[in-house]
Design a protein around this ligand. Sequence first.
Ligand code: THU
Length: 143
Amino acid sequence: MYCLEVKELAGVAWDALRERARHASTQSYAPYSHVTVGACAVTSDGRLVEGSNVENASYGLTLCAECSLVSDLARQGGGRLVAVSIVAGDGQPIVPCGRCRQLLFEHGGNELLVDGGVGAPPVTLESLLPQAFGPEDLKVRQS
Ligand code: THU
């Protein structure tokens, strides 16, 4: 478990998040695509959670770095994600795939900030996944 010390854009130490995500990408298992991905997020109580993509010979079973990250969150006892950086092996941010936008929404909601890259502003998850279906919908749609 790590705590961020540097405060930057929107109160988030993006450089630190990005560097930890890049390091997580070195722990990826990507023998098929050779696209190594790492993710690092900070929680509302200042913890860091991380993940790496894990591929499978049955390609469709591949776990994205964000899947691993939310597993790390659960393993640490849960909490809310407030900012996340997802990077490929070159250290540059990638946008989360559609499935992972939904995964991140569950644990960070519309306000979750997603790394936009060096010198670029972060984007909200809401802008990447508008009108998301989530836990609140389940509560009011049960028969
Ligand atoms: N990948 C992720 O880890 N996260 C994403 O949001 C996009 C894609 C991984 C899955 C696969 O191992 C590799 O990138 C190429 O698609």
